[in-house]
Design a protein around this ligand. Structure first.
Ligand SMILES: Nc1ncnc2c1ncn2[C@@H]1O[C@H](COP(=O)(O)OP(=O)(O)OP(=O)(O)O)[C@@H](O)[C@H]1O
Ligand SMILES: [Mg+2]
Length: 168
């Protein structure tokens, strides 16, 4: 488990950008965190990293948004309005299994509402940071096939940014 500081909106977008740039097909990200924690913002960054031309918008009302013109398909789900027993009816597994749809990256907001989970996924919890901005905590579940070296570099850069002002 590792935690990354995201002092500004730009950092949330940049983290998403790196995920979109580097994650491989079949990756599933389960996002958790309160209302306004920055989940959709992270997915907007992922859209940029995948080179998706359409703006990524919140699927709170549409439940699922599909973006097919980037490096890989992006399937963006938001389960906020659904109870676990209603989530089954939208068949979230077709996205992470990638059998009936072209395999891509599946990102699910309010993933706490899932009744079933993929066998292998990356969980990212976004919370308000004690000082300012947000922090993201990463946890792998399953076979741990996610290579996130690129995030370590980002985390070190973010940490240096944090340390700099107090050294002056
Ligand atoms: N690191 C950050 N620092 C400060 N503000 C941020 C940061 N990341 C995102 N925000 C801001 O937080 C607000 C809410 O973000 P967002 O809509 O992405 O949250 P959400 O988790 O998707 O909320 P919901 O649960 O309602 O879908 C936005 O105004 C966004 O600009
Ligand atoms: Mg959202």
């Amino acid at each position: 488990m590792s935690t990354i500081l995201l002092p500004t909106l730009k950092d949330t977008l940049q983290l998403g950008y790196l995920l979109g740039k580097h994650l491989s097909s079949g990756s599933t990200l389960l996002l958790t965190g309160n209302l306004g924690a920055g989940k959709t913002t992270l997915v907007q960054g992922i859209g940029q990293g995948l080179n998706i031309s359409e703006p990524v918008v919140s699927p709170t009302f549409t439940l699922i948004n599909e973006y097919l013109d980037g490096r890989l398909p992006l399937y963006h789900l938001d389960l906020y309005r659904l109870e676990p027993n209603q989530v089954d009816s939208i068949y979230p597994e077709i996205y992470w299994e990638g059998i009936e749809v072209e395999p891509g990256i599946t990102v699910i907001e309010w993933s706490e509402h899932l009744a079933i989970r993929p066998s292998n996924y990356l969980e990212i919890e976004l919370i308000a940071a004690p000082s300012q901005g947000r922090q993201a905590t990463f946890q792998f579940w399953g076979k741990n096939t996610y290579d996130l070296k690129f995030i370590l570099h980002f985390a070190q850069a973010a940490l240096q940014k944090q340390i700099k002002p107090s050294q002056k």
